[in-house]
Design a protein around this ligand. Structure first.
Ligand code: MOS
Length: 738
């Protein structure tokens, strides 16, 4: 189905199942331990051996020799594959750096060998006996140093290419003329995905056929890149990922665990299971790159922005991509004179890549502090300042309207519900015992991405509907919203729908990434169901255009028949995919929100505690308000992490992330998050897809960091522009206590 004109009325608008808060249908499987994660497919693989990864101990240089003698004769060892045997391995399209290093080393903990043994402990012990001699080379690990000479870059991983610097009007002239200006620098650190389930795979060969159970957000990308890496046709690989313990972008692309499990299994002649030990997640896989951002804003005294510039610098491995932190500044606020640009430095740290809301997440951490600073300079309320600079058109291309843009409503409604009018504009005014209390807010913005997505649906003689698609559920609720969609389309209760996901046996879907999963994968299911409805109507002798599918029946005029009857002679199967025309080009598809936060800062210690949070989101139709709310509160929690604690500490001498585990890489826990509220505005975006839905999972993160930062400033009067806002960054400047 090609979606190229705005959606009219369709069965989804009935909203009997779609749009209703529904429990996760996979919930009972998970809470009873029946949902197997990548490392747990005991039912399918009887006698696996265990693989253990050996990672490079240097960040840059060359392997001089690898001695395997001691490891080979260690107890239980079945096989070792080392960098010396892997010369012919390819590199996947989505990997910037080879997943198996050697003899050249690209980064610390790049895999250079895998040891396979009877037990995990034996594999780990033998891996410690592998002796590697290196020639250590000179690496580049200091972002600030590298940015001094880094070139301008284009290229936006989400949008497929951007010019090196985007200009509209004449920024410099307008900025020089503006009566009120801000010119400030902001920094965000490297972030680790730190998902609950580490990367893990089980590989089993049957002749030249490989079955891989793994933990992947994108089945088809992973399968193609594994084929490319191993140098075999992709048809030879079954790639399975039915349940996933979080990803946040860290599992978008093929990773080492899959490659090593496949190579180890081949060498050992046995199925092999391999999980990355927690410390490898930081340095062996990808991370969100650190940024250095400069923002300049010029405005009239009435708060109208006349000039806005956002420049961002980040680093990555050679041939890597920039963190596109200027994305939102192209679209969020009006202003006739504009400049956005990015610089990309070459670093020899592990590969930087997508992490939840890549671009907007760190970009808004800076922009939305800048907006707060600017509002203060103008003597305006931060909500009013944002409202003043709303735009209903793409500010760089005014002929393009936003498909839906309810930013003002998000801001106003958030302010009302949060009690924003109680906020004192002058900082450092509110005390609660030893706590300095402050409120902050930020706008939320994240683009919506159209992504082709396919599905197969089957109606059987008992009236049940089965959906098969390679869409993944990374803990987000995909199983449930897909069941809701099929139930709504076929007019059956959700209990009558079975959903099968995460297998390369099924049609290729959007997968989970860039908050594009929910809206696109359900639109693919919608397309397949439209076909199935036509089949059903044909079988039952109805005209498909006026047939109503409801309560297990198909009705047309005064005639009605049970849905199941259509499949009495055998299952009916339909397959289709959603594809997109130009609506996403003629219109800007984006999602909007507002975040409001109250914090307390301990006047004695400088410790910040979040007291309460509110998000108001406008992101098209909300397919399941319950799972969408879970996505948003999870994202808000992640936003608190980025504001207050998350930071990969770079060892600039040896070139690695030091705090490579969950003891050293801190993320919020329940005790850090006392109260969260989420409100969705009703909206059906008919230019997005037939579901009239857009992404929402990443929107919940966008802007949170700045809302926390602005609340801290409102509490203390001390502005910190360098994340995370840990106590030492403001302690010495906190107001003295009486
Ligand atoms: Mo997201 S960074 O595409 O999981």
């Amino acid at each position: 189905m090609k979606f190229d004109t705005p959606a009219g009325q369709n069965p989804i608008d009935r909203a009997k199942v779609v749009g209703c808060a529904h429990d996760r249908i996979d919930g009972p499987f998970k809470t009873t331990g029946q949902a197997p994660y990548a490392y747990e497919h005991h039912r399918h693989v009887g006698n696996p051996a265990y693989g253990y990864v050996v990672g490079s101990a240097i960040a840059k240089g060359r392997i001089r020799s690898i001695k395997l003698d001691a490891a080979k004769v260690a107890p239980g060892v079945l096989a070792i594959v080392a960098a010396t045997d892997t010369g012919k391995l390819g590199k996947g399209d989505f990997n910037t750096v080879k997943l198996f290093g050697g003899p050249e080393i690209d980064h610390y903990h790049q895999a250079i060998a895998v040891v396979v043994a009877e037990t995990f402990e034996q594999a780990r012990a033998a891996a410690a006996l592998v002796r590697v001699d290196y020639d250590r080379g000179q690496g580049r690990f200091d972002l600030d140093e590298a940015l001094k000479t880094a070139p301008l870059t284009g290229g936006d991983s989400n949008q497929g290419g951007a010019p090196k610097a985007d200009r509209t009007g004449s920024f410099e002239e307008a900025f020089a003329r503006a009566p009120v200006t801000l010119d400030a620098l902001y920094s965000t650190p490297d972030h680790s995905h730190a998902m609950m389930e580490p990367h893990a795979s089980i590989a089993a060969w049957n002749g030249d056929q490989l079955t891989l159970w793994t933990s992947s957000q994108m089945i088809n990308w992973g399968r193609s890149d594994l084929a490319k890496t191993l140098g075999i046709p992709k048809e030879k690989i079954r790639f399975l990922s039915p349940f996933i313990g979080g990803g946040f972008g860290g599992k978008l692309f093929l990773r080492t665990d899959a490659v090593l499990a496949a190579l180890g299994a081949k060498a050992a002649g046995r199925p092999v299971k391999l999980a990355l030990p927690r410390p490898f997640v930081a340095n062996n896989t990808t991370h969100r790159p650190a940024t250095r951002q400069r923002i300049r804003i010029g405005a009239e005294r009435d708060g109208t922005i006349t000039a806005i510039a956002h420049e961002s610098g980040s680093g990555d491995q050679p041939n890597g991509e920039p963190e596109t932190a200027v994305n939102q500044t192209k679209l969020l606020y009006a202003g006739a004179n504009r400049l956005t640009a990015m610089r990309l430095a070459v670093l020899d740290l592990p590969e930087g890549n997508a992490m939840r809301a890549p671009g907007e997440a760190p970009g808004l951490m800076a922009l939305e502090i800048a907006m707060d600073e600017m509002a203060e300079k103008l003597g305006m309320d931060p909500v009013d300042f944002r409202v003043r600079n709303d735009t209903q058109v793409d500010p760089e291309k005014p002929a393009r309207r936003f498909s839906e843009r309810q930013l003002i409503r998000c801001l106003r409604e958030g302010a009302d519900r949060f009690g924003w009018s109680q906020r004192k504009a002058r900082p450092g005014q509110v005390r609660d015992g030893r706590w300095l209390i402050g409120m902050g807010m930020a706008a939320a913005f994240r683009n919506h991405i159209n992504f082709p997505s396919g599905a197969r649906v089957r109606l059987s003689g008992d009236g049940r509907v089965m959906v098969e698609t390679d869409m993944t559920d990374i803990g987000t609720g995909s199983y449930t919203i897909i069941a809701q969609t099929a139930a709504e389309m076929m007019g059956v209760p959700i209990e009558a729908v079975t959903v099968k996901l995460g297998s390369s046996d099924f049609p290729v879907a959007a997968g989970s990434g860039g908050q594009f999963g929910a809206a696109n994968s359900t639109a693919g299911v919608y397309a397949a169901c439209v076909k199935l409805r036509e089949e059903v109507a044909g079988r039952l002798g109805f005209n498909s255009t006026d047939a109503v599918f409801e309560a297990g029946k198909v009705r047309s005029g005064n005639r009605s028949a049970p849905l199941a009857q259509a499949a009495a002679g055998g299952d009916l199967v339909a397959e289709d995919k959603i594809e997109f025309g130009d609506l996403g080009k003629t219109h800007q598809l984006s999602t909007f929100g507002s975040h409001f936060v109250e914090v307390g800062v301990d006047a004695y210690t400088g410790v910040t505690r979040v007291r309460r949070m509110l998000a108001v989101c406008a992101a098209g139709r909300i397919i399941n308000p319950k799972s969408a709310r879970s996505q948003v509160i999870g994202a808000m929690t992640m936003g608190v992490g980025s504001a207050l604690m998350e930071e990969l500490a770079v060892d600039k001498r040896f070139g690695f992330f030091v705090n490579h585990d969950l003891a050293g890489y801190e993320v919020p826990v329940h005790a850090d998050i006392p109260h969260q509220d989420v409100v969705f505005l009703d909206e059906a975006d008919d230019k997005a897809n037939p579901m009239k839905a857009k992404g929402v999972g990443e929107l919940g993160l966008c802007g949170v960091g700045a809302a926390v930062a602005n609340a801290i400033y409102n509490a203390t009067g001390v502005r910190v522009r360098d994340y995370p806002i840990t106590l030492e960054k403001h302690l010495a400047r906190l107001p003295t206590l009486a």
